[in-house]
Design a protein around this ligand. Structure first.
Ligand code: NDP
Length: 323
């Protein structure tokens, strides 16, 4: 089968399409024929070595497809079932062995590519607004990269919970997508000199209740300066690079702020929590309450281009690799 292998940390050139043996499902695992693999920013952190990886490895954590074989000791799933997953390395491939405990069933009415789009990024948006900084309605929040994979879903879920969303994007086209997802205000953060001042202007000087920052290095200071006293900064990504070491006294000076740096995998830590969260997201999708925008489909062989486009800010919505 074809797979995309990484043999050493580096730029997108280390993504190599290879012919390799299909995996054999071990105990607790199911073999899946991959319909689509998800491209996520974390794949680039792993490829670059920001998250250290043992090499060689087949890239990709996310996908959806049909079960073709069962390993030993697998209950509750059958050959032919459609499943999705968000945390199994080796997903940029035609076939992958997925631990059944880390997979979720895909309901009727949710297509394979949509199931991928709603998996890692959908569950991220879900834990951010339900568990990390629970929104109850009436909050004003700042949300960066709103036309991205997570951003479009997070905007929709936040608006559905009654929050007023101030979004940032880098182009007029992306701003339009953010508005379509429900953002009340959109700032082009590449065009303003003082992002925090722009956010203050839109909140009558008060600042936002929470800032959801996935951009990291280039936005962190402005995010901090945009949050009202006793508000929360949720730093959940580093698309522009990791944030510099940070003096906690700055939280005091900015008004007794809270700072959290969460990751999805701690919010789907048990199979029960994973399946409950996935079912909630897929339920919203199937009911038409959550629109999953598939922005780009690339052939598996074009994984390098997919990474370059994602890191080069040329994508919107979900990016897929199709075997
Ligand atoms: P996106 O589709 O959001 O792509 C990243 C976007 O970030 C770009 O499109 C761009 O939007 C914006 N951006 C701003 N500055 C830069 C820069 N210097 N280089 C590249 N992009 C930049 O990606 P994902 O939806 O896959 O992920 C979004 C973020 O969420 C990532 O940081 C990721 O690590 C994080 N994440 C965190 C999770 C967690 O559990 N903590 C789980 C999932 C994702 P624009 O052009 O509008 O500025």
């Amino acid at each position: 089968m074809r797979a995309v292998r990484v043999s050493e940390p580096g730029g997108s050139e280390v993504l190599e399409v290879v012919d390799t043996d299909a995996p054999v499902p071990g105990p607790g695992e199911v073999l899946v024929e991959v319909a689509a693999a998800g491209v996520n920013f974390i794949d680039t952190y792993q490829r670059e070595g920001i998250y250290p990886m043992e090499t060689p490895y087949v890239a990709g954590l996310e996908g959806a497809g049909r079960v073709t074989a069962l390993g030993a000791d697998v209950d509750g799933v059958a050959v032919g079932d459609r499943i999705a997953w968000a945390n199994t390395l080796g997903s940029y491939a035609e076939q992958v062995a997925v631990p059944w405990a880390k997979a979720v069933p895909v309901p009727e009415g949710v297509a394979d590519d949509v199931a991928v789009g709603a998996a890692l990024q959908g569950m991220t948006a879900h834990f951010l607004v339900n568990d990390c900084f629970p929104l109850h309605g009436g909050e004003t929040i700042l949300l960066h990269a709103a036309a991205g994979g997570v951003g479009l879903l997070l905007t929709q879920l936040a608006v559905a919970k009654g929050a007023r969303v101030i979004a940032t994007t880098s182009t007029p086209e992306k701003a339009e997508l953010a508005r379509g997802a429900g953002a009340a205000e959109v700032i082009d953060y590449t065009a303003v000199d003082d992002l925090a001042a722009a956010v203050r202007d839109l909140t009558g000087g008060a600042g936002v209740d929470a800032a959801f920052d996935s951009v990291g290095r280039s936005t962190f200071d402005a995010s901090l300066a945009s949050v009202r006293p006793r508000g929360t900064l949720v730093l959940y990504g580093a698309a522009s690079g990791p944030v510099e070491p940070f003096d906690p006294q700055r939280l005091n000076a900015a008004g007794s702020l809270y700072l959290t740096r969460p990751k999805l995998f701690d919010y789907i830590a048990t199979t029960d929590e994973l399946r409950t969260r996935a079912a909630a997201v897929y339920g919203d999708v199937a009911a038409g309450r959550l629109d999953v925008r598939i922005g780009h489909r690339y052939d598996l062989a074009d994984a390098r281009t997919a990474h370059d486009d994602l890191q080069g800010r040329r994508t919107t919505g979900k990016v897929l690799l199709v075997p």
